[in-house]
Each structure stands twice: as structure tokens, then as C-alpha cells.
Design a protein around this ligand. Sequence first.
Ligand SMILES: Nc1nc2c(ncn2[C@@H]2O[C@H](COP(=O)(O)OP(=O)(O)OP(=O)(O)O)[C@@H](O)[C@H]2O)c(=O)[nH]1
Ligand SMILES: C=C(OP(=O)(O)O)C(=O)O
Length: 225
Amino acid sequence: MTATQVLVPVKALGLAKSRLSDVLTARERAELVLAMMRDTVSAAMAAGDVAVTVITGDERVAGAARACGAEVFPDPVAPGSPDPLNSALRAAARRVRESVPDAELVALQADLPALRPEEFARAREVARGSGSAVVTDHTAGGTTALFHCVPGSMPPLHFGPDSARLHVAAGAVAVPDAVPGLRLDVDTIADLVAAARLGVGEATAAVSDELGFTVSRPARQNVVS
Ligand SMILES: Nc1nc2c(ncn2[C@@H]2O[C@H](COP(=O)(O)OP(=O)(O)OP(=O)(O)O)[C@@H](O)[C@H]2O)c(=O)[nH]1
Ligand SMILES: C=C(OP(=O)(O)O)C(=O)O
């Protein structure tokens, strides 16, 4: 059975990346969200002994996730519910625990196009030593990944404002290593440019080119370790 079960939440494409709606059309935002998810999922899978479940109610996202080799967990949370992101993650974590009781659980953001497999593996090592580990995002306020390696128990899920501090307060160790691709969640065009400098995956590189945000380095191929 796969040791590391990764949960990747993605909301409906029409709602996703709303902070980019001033600069990108709805179609462009949707293409970018799908591309970043593909690159994030591919990089996590290439870390080894990883299975990915994408949590979504969106059929296009579900199709793209399956095409990358991920499972799909239909988003169980009704639109407008309080705290939908943590509720969706909790429901998916329970479902995974039912079938793989001893699995390591990871909640991973879907917008990490510069993620490298070795960064994922490094953060997992920290969590294996400490129980739970949080990767703070490049702004230091948010969380890009929460690793939970305590068999049988549920991860503390506090995604949303100030989530990095809340995850640490709940007992997760902050990953100290230099893992720039794992920290770089893309919410703005400046983030996309920063990710391109680090080197993004093929799907995001192609969409960035189409959008006119020229990628300064060749697209990166994930190497299975
Ligand atoms: N399945 C699911 N995923 C969600 C939900 N809310 C947020 N997400 C996902 O969780 C991650 C972080 O969410 P947000 O920061 O709220 O949304 P975003 O699309 O990244 O960006 P903005 O719309 O600009 O805030 C993104 O991958 C979202 O798609 C939800 O209710 N259900
Ligand atoms: C939900 C979060 O991230 P963001 O809003 O940046 O996607 C978070 O950091 O907990």
C-alpha cells in the first residue's frame, strides 16, 4: 500500500484564482489553474511512494487529475458552507484513512508549479521525524503543505488566514530547509514570474508562454527518484 497519501484541494474553475481576475480572463485563469495542478501533482508523485487524491467538484479538474494518475474525491462541501476548504480536506482525509489506516497524510496546495520532487521528499523526512510538519509559504503567513505522519490520527487542519502560525500552534514543526519551489504558491503574476525564475513544470511553462509571461528558463522535467 502506498505510504504517503497526498490530498490536493481544487475549487471550481470559475471561482479559482480570483485574485488574478483583474489581469487574466476566466479562460486564462482556468488554464493556469489546471496547468499548475498538473505540475504540482506530477512533482509530488515523482517523490516516490506517493498517491495523490484531488478533491474537487469540477469535472474539468477531475479529468485533468485522472490524466495525471491521481484519484478524485468529489468535493462533499456545499458552496457557501463555513470553512469549506478544511471541511473538504477533513472529509477526504477520513476517506483515505478508511482504506489506508496507517497512511501518512499530506494536504498540498495545487498552485506550486516550481515544486521539485526532492523538496517534497525533504519535507516528508522532517515530518517522519517529528510527527507533523508544516511548510510555510513564501510570504511566511500561509501554508503550502501540511505533512502528518502519525498513523491512525487526523492532521490538524487550519488552512486559511494565518494558517502557518495556527499549524505550528497545533503541534506541527516548521520545515526549516531551503525548499523554494515548495514554498512558492502562485496567487499573483509576481508569484508566477518568481516561479518561472525557479523553473516551472512543463504544463505551467506552456501556459505562461501562451499568456505572454515568457519563462526565463527551459521547462523542467520531473525526474523520478
Ligand atoms: N475542493 C475544494 N478546494 C478548495 C475550496 N476552497 C479553496 N480550495 C482550494 O484550496 C486552495 C487555496 O484556496 P484559495 O486561496 O481560497 O483559492 P485560490 O484559488 O488559490 O485563490 P483566490 O481565489 O485568489 O483566493 C486552492 O487550490 C483552491 O482551489 C473548496 O471549497 N473546495
Ligand atoms: C489557504 C491558504 O493559502 P492561499 O490562500 O495563499 O492559497 C493557506 O495558506 O492556508
